[in-house]
Write a protein of this length. Structure first.
Length: 115
């Protein structure tokens, strides 16, 4: 299984970015897909996750600003990030979980928000 994340970049505070993630190598739909981030000197943290049933969960720090969704193609996922803040600066990773197979991570994409 491989996950490919893309869409990061440099944006001014208040701007928007859309991250994409595509998982390949497994014909079964992932049970959960999620976005995590890790800022320098900090632990990796959950940003948002979505189940195969469409249930979502967000970190308090991004509620109302970020939206996670899945695509029409199986095992694709997006993170729409609006009203970005400098504290959102981090490397963003996507993860896919299959209950019978385990967790798989993408390579990360850098998001930098300038003040």
């Amino acid at each position: 299984v491989q996950l490919q994340a893309s869409g990061g970049g440099l944006v001014q505070a208040g701007g928007s970015l859309r991250l994409s993630c595509a998982a390949s190598g497994n014909d079964f739909r992932a049970n959960v897909m999620g976005w995590y981030r890790q800022a320098p000197g900090k632990q990796r943290e959950l940003v948002a996750e979505i189940t195969s049933a469409g249930s979502t969960n967000y970190a308090d720090s991004v509620k109302g600003r970020f939206t996670i969704s899945t695509g029409n193609v199986k095992n694709t996922m997006y993170l729409q990030m609006n009203s970005l803040k400098p504290e959102d600066t981090a490397v963003y990773y996507c993860k896919a979980r299959w209950y019978v197979r385990g967790d798989y991570w993408g390579q990360g994409t850098q998001v930098t928000v300038s003040s």
